[in-house]
Design a protein around this ligand. Structure first.
Ligand code: COA
Length: 415
């Protein structure tokens, strides 16, 4: 069976996390992704957070599956020639260097466009045009500048970053969408275009509901579904909402049996209005059904924390999986807090290819997260990440270099 992006060639000039996330997704969709790395060194993450001495780290291997690796010294004139040959041959160049680095390599948009007017040039940067456009940015900087940190955590604590890599992987995902759309538009225009995904913008897009709440707060002065209501204070900016659901259906994280010893024995519990009756009956609080303080979603809002406290008395008597099974029988939305250990061992995630075991020549077997988007006509087979420069000779040969020219490039340390 074919794949969605069969025939698409990607010149992958990415490093660390955001760009590699994007190109790995494109590779899973069927594109031929050639990752260009610095000769001798490679992507810095190959050596970061190593768990096995001398072996590519999990940081690298889990972000660079299904790609080919070629090493090129981009500052060497002969290296530049190889790069230009790749630009002519490929459909997309993806990069996430610091601001201006691609231009300093001589690969300006104008130059790329003159070499290959059909090429899509896609970049991740920390910020879009504006006061911070020249700044280098990593994940947590983006979480802070994109509005996530100020709205995450508890009211009485400092701003908090989340473990979900919404700045890096989230922006890589945004960029992949831009690239696929640019390729689609090229079908009618015949032209490539520049695609920019700024990490601040990507994070803000994922925090859209908080900008919604900012405007609600300005209009109303309070937000009734936030834990600060009715006893706490609201300032002039959206406060941290703890584990509040963020939507119209109040929710909170509640302790389950075993919480004293296992930090993940908790469940997320949502008091969705249509199943309020089922909730009351399940936890043995039928009297709430006729009590005017609890009868409607609106009347419950000032009592939410007290309600969750009472529900927790029930969840504490069940394991998170027992609670999940009982609540699901009544369509009460809830979710166990799963640890990474539980996720790694979950058979259904293995069965769907969401968690995949891959074999690597120097590391051996490792787990990676597979393609999160499943397509009926574009199957994904997750393969291992390449060794540094593993495909240099192969790619050079495809570009028309002869064996002796390739040997010369190696001898001169151009590749
Ligand atoms: N051959 C020769 N030189 C190479 C090369 C190659 N194959 N590949 C990269 N380089 C050089 C570049 O020319 C550049 O040199 P210059 O800045 O002196 O012109 C340098 O290596 C790369 O610089 P930079 O990308 O700024 O790396 P860094 O390690 O200093 O910064 C980041 C890392 C992530 C902070 C920065 O790349 C960045 O802000 N990227 C955009 C935002 C982003 O994606 N952040 C998230 C990363 S997960």
């Amino acid at each position: 069976m074919g794949k969605a992006l069969d025939g698409v060639k990607i010149l992958d000039f990415t490093h660390v996390q955001s760009g590699p996330t994007c190109t790995q997704l494109l590779a899973w969709l069927g594109a031929d992704v050639v990752k260009v790395e610095r000769a001798g060194e490679g992507d810095i993450t190959r050596g970061q957070l190593r768990d096995v001495p001398g072996v590519d780290s999990l940081y690298f291997t889990m972000l660079n599956g299904n790609k080919r690796s070629i090493t090129i010294d981009a500052r060497n004139p002969k290296g530049k020639k190889v790069l230009e040959a790749l630009v002519k041959k490929c459909d997309v160049l993806v990069e996430n260097f610091g601001p201006g680095a691609l231009d300093r390599m001589g690969l300006t948009w104008e130059h790329i466009n003159s070499l290959n007017p059909r090429m899509v040039v896609a970049s991740v940067k920390g910020f879009g045009p504006g006061p911070y456009e020249d700044c280098k940015v990593y994940e947590n900087v983006a979480q802070c500048a994109g509005g996530a940190a100020s709205t995450t955590g508890f009211d009485d604590g400092p701003p908090l970053v989340t473990g979900a890599q919404i700045g890096d992987s989230g922006t890589g995902l945004h960029l992949a969408l831009g690239i696929v759309a640019a390729l689609y538009q090229r079908n009618t225009t015949g032209r490539g275009q520049r695609v920019l995904a700024a990490m601040q913008d990507g994070v803000l897009n994922l925090c859209r509901v908080k900008l919604r709440d900012q405007q609600r707060l300005e209009r109303m002065g309070v937000m009734e579904e936030y834990p600060q209501y009715p006893n706490g204070k609201f300032g002039d900016a959206v406060p941290r909402a703890g584990n509040a659901s963020g939507g119209g259906q109040p929710g909170w994280i509640l302790k389950c049996k075993g919480w004293e010893t296992d930090p993940n024995d908790y469940i997320y519990f949502i008091t969705q209005a249509p199943v309020w009756e089922a909730i009351c009956k399940t936890i043995g609080r039928e009297e709430w059904l006729t009590d005017p303080r609890y009868a409607t979603p609106k009347s419950r809002l000032p009592h939410l924390m007290e309600i969750f406290g009472q529900i927790e008395e029930w969840t504490k008597t069940k394991t998170k999986f027992e609670a999940m099974a009982i609540l699901n029988e009544h369509d009460i939305p809830c979710g166990p807090i799963l640890s990474m250990k539980e996720i790694a061992e979950e058979p259904s995630l293995r069965a769907t290819g969401t968690v995949v075991e891959v074999d690597h020549p120097t590391r051996g077997k490792y787990l990676t997260v597979g393609m999160p988007i499943k397509m009926s006509d574009s199957p994904v087979e997750v393969t291992r990440s390449p060794l540094l420069g593993e495909h240099t000779d192969e790619v050079l040969a495809e570009l028309g270099y002869t064996p002796s020219q390739i040997a010369e490039l190696h001898a001169e340390k151009v590749v």
